[in-house]
Design a protein around this ligand. Sequence first.
Ligand code: FAD
Length: 394
Amino acid sequence: MNTLKRIDPRRPFIITADGLRRITLGATGVAGSADFAAAGSAGHHREQAKPRRTSATPQRVLLVAAHADRGALDDHARQTLAAAALIADTTTEVVLLVFGEFTGEAAALGMLGVDKLIELPMFDRRKFAPIDELNALAACVAAYAPVHIFLPDNATGDGDLGRRYAAAANASVATHVVEIDATHVAAYVRANTAFAARSLPEVVLLAPNAVDPKLPFVGAGERVVWRVDGEPVSSKGAVRDLGIEEIDAAQLALEEADFIVSAGNGVSDVPAFERLASTLGAAIGASRVAVDDGKFTRDKQIGATGKTVEASVYIAFGISGAVQHLQGIKDCRHVIAVNLDASAPIAKRANLTVIADAQETIAALNEAASAARTARGTGAALLNSTAPAEGALA
Ligand SMILES: Cc1cc2nc3c(=O)[nH]c(=O)nc-3n(C[C@H](O)[C@H](O)[C@H](O)COP(=O)(O)OP(=O)(O)OC[C@H]3O[C@@H](n4cnc5c(N)ncnc54)[C@H](O)[C@@H]3O)c2cc1C
């Protein structure tokens, strides 16, 4: 029961190294018309060192633009890169333009299919500089003349930048793209009641999880030193960044929360749990049993009949991990389970399982938080302290 995978029957094809694929109840469907340059090298790639994708002198460019997330690329940006790399042929270079500081090695980016990396460390995802970013993207397009530009269609800067660029350059654009190959893109339209396809436009804004980021090849992974010419205009008053307003994590809709602590039947000390959530700045979630018991309101329930969440970090205290609950956390990045039972199904889903009593762990984390606060004179940054869950966040 617990290993049963739930499939969205209306799920589109996913671009993978082996072509367009759709997995339906254990069988893999292949899109008839898919024809990928990458597919030829796919068959036995997993056992061998990965070959370089480009084998001839590059003649055209695919540009991928994305904001860095704390010095790295998030899953969505990696999928967008993979889309470009899978579509590229042997004479096409994949150039990545990163807005913000990128602390990884360029060679590691080669593993993600990047041939050239251009880093623009003067930008920051947390600062609103749409005009400067647009100018930088336009300058990069002018320098490299890419045939297509790919951005993750997210709400944290890239989606907005792609739309601005397409409008400014009068370029063809497809948004919320859920299916893509070398010749076409497709997206749900009319409130998800219809599926529309078109030829590959100049600007592709890719929805999350439309691409399998595992690649059978590597890119050249070269870092390019590149300057944006001209004065920044945002600082001259065209746009004013009013900063980011911090709000109480409890006010945040669970679907938007990046950090969630969640309580199940194994949590008995609810006030201590709520104190921990507030100290960590995490939103509160709960299993159905905890909600049915009256410990939490119904809007906190996560799962098949509750909310579906996409947090970067999800800590499940005393939650068994029933299939209905797992359905609600399928898109979470790091799952940490605290459970007395090492064989609970949540342990299979979790990246880190702490076999311990929930109350004791919560108390220890609260204690570590106040020790860290005293040491630093601040209420923040428990994540750098000696909390048991530290390893999973590295
Ligand atoms: C149609 C349908 C829809 C459903 N929808 C949902 C849904 O949306 N969301 C949802 O969550 N469930 C849903 N359920 C219920 C689901 O099947 C499970 O019953 C529920 O998720 C179990 O909640 P739990 O893990 O908190 O409790 P339990 O199953 O009781 O598990 C408690 C866990 O806590 C551990 N534990 C106990 N004491 C401690 C302790 N002191 N310290 C650490 N660990 C401890 C135990 O080892 C156990 O793993 C649905 C069920 C059905 C039939």
